[in-house]
Design a protein around this ligand. Structure first.
Ligand code: PEP
Ligand code: MG
Length: 755
């Protein structure tokens, strides 16, 4: 529950600002009055307002205290000087001795050399910095945190004046190529393949907070409490829906509910109300602070958490401004492309998947939940499309080209037609894949290939039977853990794993034990502060160090598989000793369950992922201990080439179809054959037909791929003559090429292999 406190000094200032802003005069005149007012109220000799102009230049627009001839003359680039630094990092600065700061840039025309202290805050609206507001004093004044807060609140009010388009032309407030009427092609990253055409629906359209200054904080606190209560009721209503009875979406919702109770966050909002803001302005302020902080945070765990608060702030704003009809639950157009900065997997379920033709995100990564859920729903996704929300208007026509990681906004007719043709071809291909469902995955020269599916959500199970996959070659058990607000207990896990096995209807399922850390974050575990999380405390390293978690998971798996076969796979094993240790834990659990009189699985198969190159040099010691090995090509590529898989600048720099990677995997395949150990590949590479063709040529006979890749991979398999490819591939392995992809593609084309 929020409570209102005492009246603060800034309320008086805000009240005056409101009168000036609503009063007579041009925007410039009003701004001049505003800076005078702030200087007086904050007992500063200088108050200046810099406004961002086209080309990322900050222009001095108004000042009280600096030389008047510098107005509209003094300009600083973003990141230049202290003002530029505030804009670049979207964060406040308060310096008693500003001139001693290494970033201080002296501008003689301003006459500012006599002012020693400086406090500045960014003027932010949405996620964009529109300018900088600065106060300066002659003495070495130590500005307090409260004074910084006050200036931030004032900057927020000023943001409305800057964004109004009366000070600078509104066209300068959007990026240079963001002209709303021109067609645009924007580059992003493929998060899910496929192409969709539709009209833009902006996820949580930006709500413009119109009423900023409040009369009575008690009324505002009351409004906030009512909005919070409404969200909680909404959550209860969602919980009661039949489709929410179980599954990962329920877990996500539980986590969400936890955030509505977060005291720190609620306190920050009520503090902001106490400074004189309306409830919505207070939420907006905390929300803007969060966003500005998010831009600076590289820690995945913190980013995820801040993102959840951001979602909540948006819902609150919708309630407070009374236009929740435009919100997530609003009616979608017939064909919609959803555009968002980021979106949680739960929120995606707010939209009718039948009408959703694509998803475009400013953020996101292939392993983010939403990408995984979108994959399960077969919705094309393009992520990391910079500033797309600033360049698009609701109902703009959009093409979401997940295949090539690009987005067309307001595309010209010829581009639209090309895509429509490509889509109809894709439809035809799908119909062909559907016919393939019950045909064997056998090459032209009679080699049988196992094609299995990767899964991580109960939702994925429906594709198992539709696609004709032979089973689930990789079940990523971490997703249900990531969706919850607390570690699921043994019973909850048992129920989930039992459901998965039930729904698999006897097809094999390989359960991979918890593989968190790196880019997969559990909301309830404190992150470790690591410089290289991908090389850090993650996956099996965590579960071996926290054996209780591993034991509980194994116990749940044993119970769920009572009377049927169980396959358990350990991730990120780097040395045989780790596998031995993990097996010991499993053996203890098997013995314990036996003692308790539980029905054991009919058979237990134990396997390891091969993702860390070191393990490949211990295969003689490893292979006698396991029933199967699965190569995780995503992490293997990352570790073999020392290339961060999550960094778009270099993620694609090395090709898995390089001589080194192929030779490496061939060595593993040869050894597994020698020891009679089943080998599969379950990374993304296995789902790309050309890559899969190469894997088959080095002796791999089992591939586990995302559901939409099953048809294309099977088509390739059925058109391939392995006997012809093998000698050709061998002839290439000593090549000096960066990638063998072009040559292998030519081979496929020449030999009628269907890619
Ligand atoms: C891999 O690394 O290839 C893999 C399948 O595991 P994940 O993508 O879940 O890390
Ligand atoms: Mg991996």
């Amino acid at each position: 529950m929020l409570t209102s406190g005492t009246t603060s000094v800034s309320r008086r200032l805000l009240g005056r600002l409101r009168d000036v802003m609503a009063g007579a005069g041009t925007a410039q005149e009003r701004l001049d009055k505003v800076v005078t007012l702030i200087a007086a109220d904050m007992v500063a000799e200088v108050c200046s307002c810099y406004v961002m102009r086209a080309g990322e230049v900050l222009e001095l627009f108004s000042t009280e205290g600096l030389k008047s001839e510098s107005v509209h003359q003094t300009r600083l680039r973003v990141a230049e000087g202290l003002v530029g630094d505030i804009a670049a990092h979207a964060r406040p600065l308060a310096l008693a001795d500003a001139q001693a700061h290494p970033r201080f840039a002296y501008r003689p025309e301003t006459g500012e050399e006599i002012f020693h202290s400086l406090m500045g805050v960014p003027i932010i609206r949405g996620s964009r910095v529109l300018g900088v507001l600065v106060v300066q004093n002659r003495t070495m004044r130590h500005y307090t945190e409260e004074e910084v807060e006050t200036l931030e609140t004032v900057a927020m009010v000023l943001a409305e004046l800057v964004a109004s388009g009366d000070l600078v032309n509104r066209s300068e407030l959007v990026p240079v190529d963001g002209n709303a009427v021109l067609p645009l092609r924007l580059e992003g990253v493929r998060l899910n393949a496929g192409v969709g055409l539709g009209v833009a629906v902006l996820h949580r359209p930006r709500i413009t907070v119109r009423r900023l200054v409040a009369e009575d904080p008690d009324i505002e606190i009351d409004r906030l409490n009512r909005a919070l209560a409404a969200i909680k009721t909404e959550l209860e209503e969602l919980f009661s829906r039949p489709e929410m009875r179980d599954g990962e979406h329920r877990d996500v919702l539980e986590t969400y509910r936890m955030f509505t109770e977060d005291k720190g966050w609620l306190n920050r909002i009520s503090e902001a109300v106490r400074t004189g803001l309306t409830a919505e302005a207070a939420v907006q302020k905390v929300h803007d602070d969060t966003r500005a902080r998010m831009a600076l945070i590289t820690d995945n765990y913190l980013r995820e958490r801040l993102h959840d608060f951001e979602d909540l702030a948006n819902r609150l704003l919708q309630h407070l401004s009374g236009d929740d009809e435009d919100g997530p639950r609003g009616e979608l157009p017939e064909v919609a492309i959803l555009v968002a900065r980021n979106i949680g997997p739960m929120e995606l379920f707010d939209y009718d998947p039948k009408r959703l033709r694509g998803l475009v995100l400013e953020e996101g990564s292939t392993t983010s939940h939403v990408a995984i859920v979108a994959r399960a729903l077969d919705i094309p996704v393009v992520g990391r499309v910079k500033d797309v929300l600033d360049m698009i208007e609701p109902l703009d026509p959009v093409i979401c080209d997940g295949d090539n990681g690009q987005v067309f906004i307001r595309p010209p007719e010829d581009i639209r037609e090309t895509f429509i043709e490509a889509m109809s071809e894709r439809q035809q291909r799908r119909a062909i894949y559907a016919k393939l469902r019950d045909l064997p995955a056998e090459t032209r020269d009679g080699i049988s290939i196992g094609i299995l599916m990767n899964a991580g959500l109960l939702l994925d199970l429906q594709h198992l039977h539709e696609s004709g996959a032979d089973g689930i070659g990789l079940y990523r058990t971490e997703l249900p853990f990531m969706a919850r607000s607390a570690l699921p207990n043994v019973d909850a896990q048992t129920m989930l794993y039992r459901k998965i096995l039930d729904q698999a209807e006897g097809k094999p399922v390989v359960f991979r034990t918890l593989d968190v850390g790196g880019d997969k974050v559990l909301p309830y575990w404190n992150p470790s502060d690591e410089d290289n999380p991908a090389l850090g405390w993650r996956s099996i390293r965590i579960t071996l160090d926290r054996p209780a978690v591993m034991r509980q998971q194994l116990r749940a798996l044993l119970r769920a598989a009572a009377g049927r076969e169980l396959s358990v796979m350990f991730p990120m094993i780097a040395e045989v000793a780790e596998l031995v240790h993990a097996r010991e834990i499993l053996d203890i659990e098997i013995a314990r369950e036996k003692q308790l009189g539980g029905v054991p699985p009919t058979r237990i198969r134990v396997g390891t992922m091969l993702e860390v190159p070191a393990l490949a040099f211990q295969l003689d010691a490893l292979l006698p201990l396991v029933d199967f090995v699965s190569i995780g090509s995503n992490d293997l590529t990352q570790f073999l080439f020392a290339v961060d898989r999550g960094n778009p600048r270099i993620a694609e720099r090395y090709d898995p179809l390089s001589p080194s990677m192929i030779c490496f995997m061939r060595h593993v395949a040869d050894k597994c054959r020698e020891y009679g150990v089943h080998l599969s590949v379950c990374g993304e590479m296995a789902g790309r037909p050309l890559d899969a063709m190469t894997l088959i040529a080095i002796g791999i006979r089992s591939l586990s791929v995302a559901a939409p890749a099953i048809g294309p991979v099977k088509t390739m398999v059925r058109s391939l003559d392995v006997g012809v490819l093998v000698p050709y591939l061998h002839s290439l392995l000593d090549a000096r090429d960066h990638s063998l992809r072009p040559k292998l593609r030519s081979f496929a084309i020449d030999h009628g292999v269907r890619l």
